[in-house]
Design a protein. Structure first.
Length: 460
């Protein structure tokens, strides 16, 4: 929260503490508990991350996520409409204080309470640090449209007693209204506009997704939801949580190894808790990691999304003989380059070779449309890595979601060796990105005469 510069921070901390039972947090964003097993948050906090978000936190305890439901009309952009999402938990929060949904259309002029633990600062300096402490702040709704509640961060002379505005990391958090001692959530933190003011300073405007306009959708999703899947209880899972290898070995048998539900949970826990040696034990004794998907992710992809590099190295280098374990839709190869491509150590090349031999799709694209060869050129400029990928069959003309190809990126980055290699191996210099720029345009923009000369010759 960004607060008034003339009021003691402790007052904001005290206000925030009052609402702890109604708050939840989801890896960089906030949310509101609206039922013991349902959290309301912003769609932009979860879209594209449904497969890799596993826990919500409430009062420092973790609760497993069962499903994430963004509003179907949400479209991430400069001014996204319906920036609202629901999260269903596998296990209920029994010590929470769920807020009711605010259904009236009379929000304008009402005072609300914001709560969050994102970036901290004041109206003069803007956000200055992130200390992870929960604060509350007040503000007044100055306007309401169909999808938005609007606020402004007023200077002290026009402000509420504990005036404030959201900081980075407070997205998804609530605008609470209290009526007749009942707590309601009226809005969900979405975005700010500076209108000439710097981020988080006096004068910025903030927009919260309007709950009253989305009540019907929220209630329909909850009423139609299926019963949450049960978290399996088994000595193997207990052994992983307690990091007890002998207990794990004692509990293992063929029946357990063939139980997909138990093995999904067991492998998930090894990734989340980074139990590398226990995961290795499971795989060595027969866990079929090729057939197990967790939130539609392979164990390899899950380790990458969780940035468990030691775990990933164990999977790749201790079990290189495993075959046909990466499906056609698996993004394992570009994900590997994305998190490890900066490393010029030969192990990266060896890891790529192993994954390809295991069936990884060399032209798989991330959600941003980046292939492994795009990322290899963009992130590291490692010509050996680009060469390996091309020799193994990478298509050098597949564009990403911006229309950029490996050649366009090489021209933009000034990586002349890669640019020259791509031209010699089938790169199409005539391709333009969605901004209408070709590799030659990029080279000219950066005054890279060597690249300009190469590309002009190619055009002739």
């Amino acid at each position: 929260m960004i607060i008034r510069h003339d009021i003691a921070d402790q007052e904001y901390l005290d206000l925030g503490e009052e609402y702890s039972a109604s708050m939840a947090y989801i890896d960089g964003c906030a949310g509101t508990l609206i039922q013991p097993d349902w959290i309301l948050t912003a769609a932009h906090c979860v879209v594209g991350r449904q497969q890799s978000l596993f826990y919500a936190t409430h009062k420092e305890s973790q609760y497993r996520i069962d499903k994430i439901v963004p509003h179907p009309d949400f479209d991430l952009g400069e001014n996204p409409q319906h920036d609202i999402a629901l999260i269903q938990l596998k296990n209920k929060i029994h010590n929470g204080a769920p807020a009711k949904l605010y259904v009236s259309k009379d929000e304008t002029g009402k005072q609300v309470i914001f709560v969050g633990r994102g970036k901290f600062g004041n109206g003069i300096d803007g956000p200055t640090k992130r200390d992870g402490r929960q604060r509350g702040a007040t503000n007044t709704v100055i306007g309401a449209s169909e999808q938005w509640l609007e606020f402004v961060f007023d200077k002290p002379e026009n402000a509420t007693a504990l005036e404030g505005i959201s900081g980075g990391g407070d997205s998804g958090g609530p605008a609470f209204i209290t009526t007749d001692s009942q707590l309601y959530v009226a809005g969900v933190s979405s975005f700010q506009r500076g209108d000439g003011h710097q981020e988080g300073t006096y004068g910025v405007r903030e927009y919260y997704a309007r709950v009253s306009s989305n009540v019907e959708w929220i209630e329909t999703v909850i009423s139609n939801a299926e019963t949450t899947s049960v978290i399996p209880d088994h000595p193997i899972i207990d052994a992983i949580k307690s990091d007890n290898k002998q207990q794990l070995i004692n509990a293992l048998n063929n029946e357990v190894l063939n139980d997909e539900v138990i093995m999904q949970e067991a492998l998930l826990q090894t990734v989340v808790l980074n139990r590398v040696s226990l995961a290795r034990e499971l795989i060595t004794r027969g866990a079929d990691i090729g057939s197990i998907l967790i939130n539609e992710l392979s164990v390899y992809e899950l380790a990458m999304h969780s940035e468990r590099l030691d775990y990933l190295r164990m999977l790749i280098f201790k079990f290189p003989h495993l075959k046909n374990i990466h499906g056609e839709s698996s993004r394992v190869l570009p994900l590997l380059i994305d998190i490890a491509g900066r490393d010029t150590d030969p192990q990266v090349l060896e890891a790529v070779d192993i994954l390809l031999n295991q069936g990884a799709n060399i032209n798989a694209q991330t959600r941003d449309g980046d292939t492994a060869v795009i990322l290899a050129g963009w992130i590291s400029g490692n010509l050996d890595l680009v060469t390996l990928l091309v020799e193994r069959g990478a298509d050098v003309n597949i564009p990403n979601n911006n229309g950029d190809t490996p050649l366009i990126d090489a021209a933009y980055k000034g990586r002349n060796e890669i640019l020259e290699y791509l031209l010699e191996n089938g790169a199409d210099a005539s391709i333009k990105n969605y901004a209408g720029r070709s590799a030659l345009d990029m080279a000219r923009h950066n005054e890279n005469q060597y690249a300009v000369d190469l590309l002009i010759v190619r055009e002739q």
